[in-house]
Design a protein around this ligand. Structure first.
Ligand code: AMP
Length: 355
């Protein structure tokens, strides 16, 4: 697809969470419509989309009708079943492509791909049974982290091993799910880089942000990241390498560990990313518009940073702080419209302009 999507065209989005919501708003700003496909009721994206289909990913008829009603399909999360993608792809293109999605869905495939690209990753081993875990602990050492190969997010599906004695309990925790053991990276900081590529092969990267996690969930992203300029360049170059290798179209989040020996890639997310929310108030064109531009075949927008920003997630009871935050100078509030406040649930975020 090289012709840009015309005004009035419709983008299908798999997943109706906050990322889908912010993608829908960005699409609307460009004169495009969105159709959300989401199994759950009261999807945050539904409030701001042209159309919503509420159906499970196993409903082939609903998927077919959805695909026929849109010009192309994108997604806001990675765990869409393969069968659903097959049904859709027989009718309309999916961006980012299936290879990017397949690579990021499985930590083993992802790490192997990154390593073959010449990038540094934590030492890793495929774990299929208790014996392979024992062997991997000898090879990789401890501390280490056992992670499910698939369906992990926000630190879920992970167990830390502090000694070889932790192996049996950690293996039991995986409940038979395929897993990998990763060597523990002694990082000085976590950063991420949000990068975009369009069908014409143009690549644009945002400034890397520094991430702080709390209880396994992203707490803040700060730009500019306090890292040497050479690492900033390394981050941009390695992100471009990943996108080009995958012939990627859209926005990708690349999470990196900063170590004394350089950058180590933790994982890639083939979608807009929580650590890129700062771009909404730090750049002329934010990551959501950039994603829509890329998949719609538009020229990529200007993602240079015009302000220093700290993004902070509003999780669960943080919502009680909103009235006070609303009085704060230089603080932009982004709420997701979720009816129910739950512990650990991402309810919104703020972007504080710091310079
Ligand atoms: P992940 O789901 O793989 O992004 O992991 C969630 C968080 O766990 C990361 O943001 C890191 O803080 C930490 N973590 C994951 N893998 C490693 C590792 N190999 N070494 C050290 N910390 C890690």
């Amino acid at each position: 697809m090289t012709d840009p999507l015309p005004t009035g065209a419709t983008i299908g989005i798999l997943g109706g969470g906050q990322l889908g919501r912010m993608l829908s708003v960005a699409a609307a700003r460009l004169g495009l419509r969105t159709h959300i496909f989401e199994p759950g009721k009261d999807a945050p994206a539904g409030d701001v989309a042209h159309h919503v289909t509420t159906a499970p990913y196993e409903d082939a008829d609903a998927l077919t009708a959805f695909a026929r009603s849109v010009d192309l399909v994108t997604y806001e999360f990675e765990n869409v079943p393969t069968s659903a993608l097959d049904t859709i792809e027989a009718i309309v293109p999916i961006h980012p492509n299936r290879r990017a999605l397949g690579t990021s869905q499985d930590r083993m495939t992802e790490k192997t791909f990154l390593q073959e690209l010449g990038l540094s990753v934590a030492p890793f081993a495929d774990i299929t049974d208790a014996a392979s875990l024992d062997a991997a602990i000898i090879e990789i050492g401890v501390p280490a982290i056992l992670k499910t190969r698939r369906f992990g997010y926000d630190g879920k599906g992970q167990v830390r091993l502090h000694s070889a004695q932790d192996a049996a309990a950690a293996f039991a925790d995986m409940a038979g799910a395929p897993a990998i053991l990763e060597g523990f990276v002694d990082f000085t900081a976590e950063i991420s880089i949000i990068a975009a590529r369009n069908p014409q092969g143009e690549v644009a990267c945002y400034d890397p942000g520094m991430n702080v996690h709390r209880d396994g969930i992203l707490h803040t992203t700060t730009v500019p990241a306090q890292i040497p300029a050479s690492l900033r360049t390394d981050a941009v170059l390695l992100a471009a390498r990943i996108l080009n290798a995958l012939e990627y179209v859209g926005v990708m989040g690349v999470e990196l560990f900063v170590t004394p020996r350089g950058l180590i890639v933790n994982e890639i997310a083939p979608r807009v990313h929580n650590s890129g929310h700062w771009t909404q108030n730090g750049c002329a064109v934010d990551q959501f518009e950039q994603h829509i531009r890329a998949i719609a075949g538009w020229p990529l927008g200007d993602g240079s940073r015009h302000s220093d920003v700290t993004m902070e997630n509003l999780i669960g009871a943080d919502m009680e702080r909103v009235p006070a935050l609303a009085t704060e100078a230089g603080c932009a509030i982004h709420l997701y419209g979720k009816a129910e406040i739950k512990a650990g649930r991402k309810m919104g975020h703020i972007n504080r302009i710091t310079g």
